[in-house]
Design a protein around this ligand. Structure first.
Ligand code: KG4
Ligand code: ZN
Length: 397
């Protein structure tokens, strides 16, 4: 079974192809291609992702990335004949309708896709939400057009499910070679931390989730991004803050500060990071008068990162205990954070000795289409193109 995956929920345009075989309980995978084009340099100028700019870029990049991914997977074939038959005229007209709101994409689709033969794939998995509405729609409309044109079913995928299933690929997933997926031990307690989400999810089976806690305001990644901005660092802020925090050891701090651990002792599994962000802002306003930014940056970055990681880890461990999770899974862009990974590793080893900790490969914590294709394989809710819609606020449960 071959699945084409497409992801455009934020600022990465991504297309991947996977091949699956073997028993359903423990299938094998071959990653045929995994192409990602990041728009980060473009959005950096604006200090964050601009949704309509992201949409425009997806429209420009989807066709070239698709051709690249199909080419790498050896699935790129031109149609044998390119006559203007009645059927082809009908296909072209319908495609124009489907891509009516994606004029830049339609141009490229007509030029480079309508001449392609349908690839030997079984389905197309696409992110339908959550994410930036205009960005999501471009990917969804693209897949609707492909599905209509190639007569392939669509599997709608929740972006967060992609982040969850990434751990099945192990530490350094091989390209173009068969390997077995790491099975998920269920029930699993999942911490999803990204730019738009911070959730604790209990997974009882494939597609069966309950959200047991989530942020009441900012997502963890969003807090990293905002604090980075305050410290004069570029977008995305997570890696910047982590890098500044890593310099802390070599700097002898001239002052001390500790930031609050919001809701760490609350009786639920919710989070809140907006107060922490404000605490950093107030501290910085005052401290800026006394110290240069070069002194402030590593100290504030470290203290802020410590506070976020403390809360995330404390609540994850507590939730895993309370729900008797057989495994703890980490997912989302913030899962790249070394302190978070290491702290979770230590605390899980100490407090949850019989629970498996599954961390995603750091090569795959960012948004990609490989994770979408993989989630699509497990979900298999195939639908016709006319039934697929984007939903910016789609929830896991
Ligand atoms: O999952 P993702 O790529 O996009 C969304 O679906 O939101 O997550 C992006 C978020 C950004 O907020 C970024 O700053 C954060 O992940 N991030 C990190 C690190 N790398 C990326 N946060 C903390 N430490 C990192 N190393
Ligand atoms: Zn993401």
């Amino acid at each position: 079974m071959k699945i084409l995956g497409i992801e455009t929920s934020c600022d990465e345009t991504a297309v991947a192809v996977i091949e699956m075989s073997g028993p359903k309980q423990r299938p094998r995978i071959k990653i045929l291609s995994n192409a990602v084009l990041s728009q980060i340099p473009l959005h950096q100028k604006f200090g964050g992702v601009v949704p309509n700019l992201a949409k425009r870029e997806h429209q420009r990049n989807l066709v070239p990335i698709l051709l690249k991914a199909l080419g790498e997977a050896r699935l790129l074939k031109s149609k044998s004949k390119n006559q203007k038959s009645k059927i082809q005229i009908k296909i072209q007209k319908e495609t124009e309708k489907i891509l009516e709101r994606e004029p830049e994409l339609l141009k490229r689709f007509k030029k480079n896709v309508l001449s392609l033969a349908a690839p030997r794939i079984d389905a197309i998995a696409v992110t339908v939400g959550p994410g930036l509405e205009p960005a999501l729609w471009t990917g969804v409309n693209f897949v609707r057009a492909l599905s209509y044109f190639w007569r392939k079913p669509i599997i709608p995928v929740n972006h967060l499910e992609g982040h969850i299933y990434t751990v099945m690929l192990g530490d350094h997933p091989a390209m173009k070679r068969w390997f077995r997926l790491v099975p998920l031990k269920l029930p699993a307690l999942i911490l999803i931390v990204s730019g738009g989400h911070t959730e604790l999810v209990l997974m009882k089976g494939f597609g069966h989730y309950s959200i047991i806690g989530e942020t009441r305001d900012d997502a963890a990644g969003e807090a990293f991004d905002k604090v980075a901005k305050m410290l004069g660092m570029k977008y995305p802020g997570g890696p910047e803050v982590a890098a500044a925090a890593a310099k802390f050891k070599v700097t002898s701090p001239k002052f001390k500060v500790t930031f609050p651990r919001p809701m760490v002792n609350s009786n639920d599994f919710d989070f809140s990071f907006s107060g922490l962000k404000t605490a950093v802002l107030y501290f910085l306003q005052d401290a800026k008068k006394k110290y240069p930014m070069s002194i402030l940056r590593p100290v504030i970055a470290k203290e802020f990162q410590d506070a976020v990681v403390d809360v995330l880890v404390a609540k994850t461990i507590r939730a895993a205990k309370e729900f008797h999770a057989k495994s703890v899974i980490l997912g989302g862009g913030v899962a790249a954070n070394t302190l978070l990974r290491e702290t979770l590793r230590k605390r899980a080893a100490r407090d949850l000795p019989r629970t498996t900790l599954s961390l995603p490969s750091t090569e795959l914590t960012g948004d990609n289409a490989l994770m979408i294709a993989l989630a699509g394989y497990f979900l298999k809710k195939k639908k016709a193109w006319s039934k697929i819609h984007a939903n910016a606020n789609q929830r896991l449960a």
